[in-house]
Ligand binder design. Sequence first.
Ligand code: ZN
Length: 404
Amino acid sequence: MKFVLVIPDGVADEPQATLGKKTPLQAAHIPAMDAVAASGIVGRTDNVPASMPSGSDVGTMTLFGYDTLKYHTGRAPIEAAAQGIELNPGDWAVRCNLVTVHDGVMKSFTADQYPNNAGQALIELLQKDQCGDSHWKYHTGVSYRNLLIYRSRGTSAPFSTDTQSTPPHDITDQSVAGHLPSGPGSDDLKALMERSIELFADAPANVARRQAGELPATQTWLWGIGQRPNLQPFVERYGVRGAVITAVDLLRGMGRLIGWDVVEVEGATGYLDTDYAAKGRAAIETLSRDDVDFLVVHVEATDEASHEGETAEKVKAVESIDRDIVAPVHDWLKQQGDYRLLISPDHPTFLRTRTHSHGDCPFAMCGTGIEPNAPTTYDEVAAALSDIGFPEGHELMGRFLKIS
Ligand SMILES: [Zn+2]
């Protein structure tokens, strides 16, 4: 038996004036997702506890069946796992964005999708500046997404679970002053951010960007701090062997932490220009393997469209997921015999606020042993009318994988 979970990241949204008061899912032409809804069950899942910031780190950990209130420590340690960076007990990982702040306002949490090679040059500047300090080590990631690791080396770190930080994508166009790190060790984090402002001001990479009329990275933004989460391997917890297809480090890291195979797909960018069809083909190839019972296909484009406030792009992205991933994968599954297919985002991402939100996500699942309920379309309104809801989102996975 094969199990598939497709995650259109952040697809859940509100009705849009420009879409005739429909949500992007309602407005989109998504016959394959609607077929899953019509032949199976539609319901609601709440993947982000009210006490935690909303994001894919919390949302996907919940979707994968782990109680985030118990297991989640921060976003950065998950990304560290993606990069193969081992965290020892006592070590801390911090996400280090390259951002553009102008006149104290967060203009871009990506420094306008800062290019890889330029980003690497800035991270090298930061690391050189750290020589002599044995605790901090910068790690270059992709584009604006980098990591900073605190190695405790037998001493006790200044941080605790009370150390708070704000995701920069939550404060686009807002003053950064009230959103700086706070709590134990936050002075160290703020000092590092301050230092980056000085180091980046005249950095050649930024000079070139300014000359080309592009946004410079004016500083780092440190957030998502945490220690290695203690997650039970998925196969031990649920008895199925997993794999994940994704273009983002966060999902790669989640996969690694719970023992999944991480499948790389050429052309998968984690952005609006991702090669959807390549992901669909890779999904079928991966599912054909004898050592994979459960596959997650994650697509970031829907979330990115929301962050950019691009309503039409969000509709287009979910239509591409429907046509190039859900449709061919479902066709293939039906030909194989027993299967189950689940579609659910990790969290809502509102076009209105351009950021992740709390609240219910619509899910649809169909396949072997699943008796259909009333809704026949896959969208927020159908889910709201459903008789099935998972206020504790981490219980959905058990329901999906339970055959009886
Ligand atoms: Zn997400």
